[in-house]
Design a protein around this ligand. Structure first.
Ligand code: MN
Length: 442
């Protein structure tokens, strides 16, 4: 578990002036990774590090040869078109690279002249999914979400008895994961109207979002060898924002007995920037369970997890309708919450995933599950915010929404802030719903 060190020192300033502005997502204490290229070009994607409103190009920095030793090996791996090689190297390399970047980007650094030529403004960049994602698993770690949604799908039995014992998850689909800026056509499928005799086919009528965090696996584990709670976080590279788009009407009809399928696998959007666990060290929080609840089984418990297994990441959901976009208005904020309300931690997810010997691999992605907080205004999905479509959201411009309409964009944001530490952010995760495609006739 990464502890605070000199890279988190709140007095550090960068020679990239925009990194020193109050409220900036990417100060020198953050240093998240993405893959990028110049917008509108056919250049190869390569790894980059956010600093202020700029990207430090790791391929260019590698060519300049300013880094040495372990950090140089990290820069070389990070210069590739996906971050898998860097992710696979493990925490020793990640830490050495972060420390070297922190030194080289500080005010007065001797590397300034060389690295100044390796910067690209973020406004001139386009991004790709940061890793080649072999497998994607979506968990269900918010007990508030599980209870709220359970009430709607099974009013008589909202929270199933396994929830407080097992970190619930299902295997999702990696091929349809896209990066922020993704747009996708509204899916079509089978739905069953309440009280109807048989299902109908057509475009989804209950298009929803899910506010989640994505956890990128770093070095994997050997098939058959379980990771324990003490090892789990050494296998986590970092965290991004994730929108697990959900077709609720398709989900309600298809999800029993094996869980979600076509209601989830048409699109998943991640933010380009991956914030490392080390950057998040100041924002650790105790993991607690209500005393009346079952405490985690021994294999899911550790002193370190109890002391600081949770993460206080502030999360926000906004919806920008086409009318707002045309009027130049920003997204309307519909939810504010924090990751600290989750029922299971990152270490517990990783440990549980491998307890049967399942092998995680570098670049695998775990979704946290919808991160709803304890009150309804902290809910991370429209199905909860509108109580199943019964109470529409009312926007300041006079528009209403129960579910997403064609042209709506969803904007997720995340950040950490507290007294005594520098605020760090995750940037944005934006995705847009397009109209359903006309079906080709047979
Ligand atoms: Mn989900």
């Amino acid at each position: 578990m990464a502890a605070c060190n000199e890279t988190h020192n709140p007095t550090l300033r960068s020679w990239v002036d925009s990194a020193n502005l109050a409220g900036c997502d990417f100060p020198i204490q953050n240093l998240p990774f993405a893959v990028f290229r110049r917008s509108g070009t056919n250049e190869n994607f390569r790894g980059g590090v956010a600093i202020g409103d700029q990207i430090l190009d790791l391929a260019a920095a590698n060519q300049m040869g300013v880094f040495t030793g372990t950090a140089a090996a990290g820069v070389q791996a990070g210069a590739q078109d996906k971050l898998n090689a860097l992710m696979a190297m493990g925490p020793e390399v990640w830490h050495a690279l972060r420390l070297a970047l922190s030194h080289a980007l500080r005010t007065g650094a001797s590397e300034q002249a060389a690295l100044q030529t390796c910067l690209l403004p973020q406004s001139q960049a386009e991004y790709d999914v940061p890793a080649r994602i072999g497998d994607y698993t979506d968990f269900y770690t918010s007990i508030h979400h599980a209870t709220n949604i359970g009430k709607q799908f099974r009013p008589d039995n909202p929270l199933l008895p396994n929830y407080k014992w097992v970190p619930i998850g299902y295997h999702g689909r990696a091929s349809s994961i896209g990066v922020s800026g993704q747009s996708f056509h509204r899916p079509s499928g089978q739905t069953m109207a309440p009280g109807a005799a048989e299902p109908t086919f057509g475009p989804c009528k209950r298009m929803d979002l899910e506010l989640e965090l994505g956890i990128f696996i770093g070095s994997g584990n050997t098939l058959g060898d379980a990771l324990n709670m003490g090892e789990a976080e050494d296998h986590v590279f970092g965290i991004c924002l994730l929108n697990d788009w959900s077709a609720r009407d398709i989900q309600a009809w298809e999800y029993q007995p094996l869980g979600p399928f076509l209601s989830k696998n048409f699109a998943t959007t991640v933010s380009p920037w991956v914030v490392t666990l080390e950057a998040l060290a100041p924002y650790r929080a105790p993991f607690t369970r209500p005393p009346a609840d079952p405490q985690p089984m021994a294999y899911l418990d550790s002193e370190a997890n109890r002391q600081q297994g949770a993460l206080d990441i502030q999360l926000q959901v906004g919806i920008q309708t086409p009318q707002m976009r045309e009027a130049g208005q920003p997204a309307a904020i519909v939810c504010n919450t924090s990751y600290r309300h989750a029922y299971w931690t990152v270490a517990q997810m990783v440990t549980h995933h491998t307890v049967n010997g399942c092998n995680l691999q570098a670049g695998d992605l775990l979704g946290s599950g919808t991160l709803s907080g304890p009150t309804l205004d902290q809910a991370g999905a429209l199905i909860e915010l509108t109580q199943g479509g019964k109470t529409p959201l009312q926007f300041a411009n006079g528009e209403q929404r129960v579910y997403l309409e064609d042209g709506d964009a969803v904007v997720l944001r995340g950040w950490c802030e507290k007294t005594g530490a520098v605020r760090i952010g995750f940037g944005e995760c934006v995705g847009t719903v397009l109209p359903a495609k006309a079906r080709k006739s047979i």
